[in-house]
Design a protein around this ligand. Structure first.
Ligand code: IMP
Ligand code: MG
Length: 184
């Protein structure tokens, strides 16, 4: 039992911490192999990806570099509208770099399809996407997701970086959220 278990807004565990740990190690080993001869620049999409980014980076045994950007999608609390605003841009110049975008979750895919277009315009040598979670059956935009941690059912989840109104990011498992979602 942990204090999280007393929270009535938290539902079933969708991906537990041990399963997350094992899969992140696997992804790290795969990426270390793929990028062996061209160390990547990891681009984390804040804030949701920050825990995944830090675990994944340590699982890739290569001299990688990082940068982060923050985006906000306009829309209600649980759905994104596809209109994406860059809240914090990258510091790094992507020209000629092997960029690996690290994202927490793909729902409609609209955020990532915007980001891919935006980042490709900066002329990286390569650009691939690693998403921890993909919600099945929800994508409105086709996104070429080269690396995926888990496919999950289309319900709202929190934990391991994912929030609702900034809460639950430090929950170690990924769990369904059963509370009401505030509209932003
Ligand atoms: P998309 O543009 O619809 O693919 O939405 C992607 C973004 O919405 C993600 O990067 C998250 O920040 C957020 N998001 C989508 N689904 C969830 C969820 O179930 N929990 C928390 N955040 C989510
Ligand atoms: Mg995100």
């Amino acid at each position: 039992m942990s204090s999280w278990d007393a929270d009535p807004d938290l539902g079933d565990v969708v991906v537990d911490r041990e399963t997350l740990r094992v899969r992140v190690q696997e992804l790290g080993a795969e990426l270390a192999e793929v990028y062996r001869d061209r160390p990547p620049l990891l681009v984390g999409v804040l804030k949701g990806a920050f825990i995944f980014l830090s675990d994944l980076a340590r699982a890739i045994e290569l001299p990688i570099e990082f940068d982060v950007m923050a985006v906000a999608s306009y829309g209600s609390g649980t759905t994104s509208s596809g209109v994406v605003r860059i809240v914090k841009d990258l510091d790094a110049d992507l020209t000629g770099r092997h960029v690996l975008v690290v994202e927490d979750i793909v729902d409609s895919g609209l955020t990532l399809s915007y980001l891919r277009r935006n980042l490709l315009a900066r002329r990286p040598a390569s650009l691939d996407i690693c998403a921890l979670l993909v919600k099945d059956g929800r994508q409105q935009a086709t996104v070429d997701l080269r690396y995926v941690g888990f496919h999950i059912p289309p319900e709202f989840v929190v934990g391991y970086g994912l929030d609702v109104a900034e809460r639950y990011r430090n929950l170690p498992d990924i769990r369904a959220y059963r509370g009401s979602v505030p509209v932003d």
